[in-house]
Design a protein around this ligand. Structure first.
Ligand SMILES: C[S@@+](CC[C@H](N)C(=O)[O-])C[C@H]1O[C@@H](n2cnc3c(N)ncnc32)[C@H](O)[C@@H]1O
Length: 215
């Protein structure tokens, strides 16, 4: 059985009925298919997040601490958890609206737990968390409008200095409709200390590897 099929089977056996029950009233609202209702499409989500997990090496390891910022319905963590990683999830509080309400219900249906509620804000450090992470992901987002290179520098330095283990990886899948995309696209990753390499794995996806402690 291939890896996708194994995750799908687990989903079908344990979580599909619950997620479909959560989805039904939102799908009945007639929202555009590119709105948050697309996260109810398990097949698309499992395939996409499995691809990200492969890029990050999560399919070839276990027991890493992973943090997904802007986790939405939690699909990245759902897939990471399948491979035996410790998953921590962060997103905005429910007061931010109907999409967060739907995501929260989806997270519960998937048997997951949202660990932190916070908003990423330009030039503001993330809140203190309980541990350091080996992998940090943020997918489908650019956080706020019009981030500059300085804003990305601050964010990445805060992640690396305060929230990551040496040798950790950051994966960003950027939402080009939010204005900070051009600034990260032109970002000089080599100018940031502790970054070993940064590679664009697709036009909207960047994988950053940080230096090991001894490097
Ligand atoms: C398009 S959804 C993607 C969800 C999920 N990452 C995925 O790929 O399946 C974007 C997510 O980013 C979150 N988000 C947007 N701005 C944010 C911010 N400033 N701080 C934290 N999360 C944010 C949204 O609440 C939403 O869950």
């Amino acid at each position: 059985m291939d890896t996708y099929q194994a995750i799908w089977n687990e989903y079908a056996n344990k979580h599909k009925a619950a997620l479909e029950a959560v989805a039904a009233p939102y799908q009945a609202m007639g929202l555009p298919i590119h709105s948050f209702v697309k996260y109810f499409n398990a097949e698309t989500q499992i395939r996409e997040k499995l691809h990200f997990a492969e890029l990050l090496g999560l399919t070839r390891s276990a027991g890493l601490n992973t943090l997904d910022i802007g986790c939405g319905m939690g699909w990245m963590s759902y897939v990471a958890h399948h491979f035996g990683h410790w998953v921590y999830m962060a997103d905005l509080p429910e007061s931010f609206g109907v999409s967060i309400e739907a995501y929260n219900a989806g997270i519960t249906a998937l048997g997951m737990y949202k660990t932190y509620e916070f908003a990423v804000r330009r030039q503001i450090p993330l809140p203190q968390m309980d541990l350091r992470y080996d992998v940090i992901t943020a997918t489908g987002t650019c956080f706020e409008k019009n981030w500059t290179g300085d804003d990305w520098r601050f964010f990445l330095a805060d992640l690396i200095d305060n929230h990551m283990n040496p040798g950790g990886k950051i994966f960003l899948q950027l939402n080009i409709t939010v204005g900070g995309y051009p600034a990260i696209k032109g970002f000089n990753f080599a100018a940031l200390p502790k970054i070993k390499k940064a590679e664009w794995t697709a036009s909207q996806e960047v994988l950053i590897t940080t230096q090991e402690a001894a490097e």
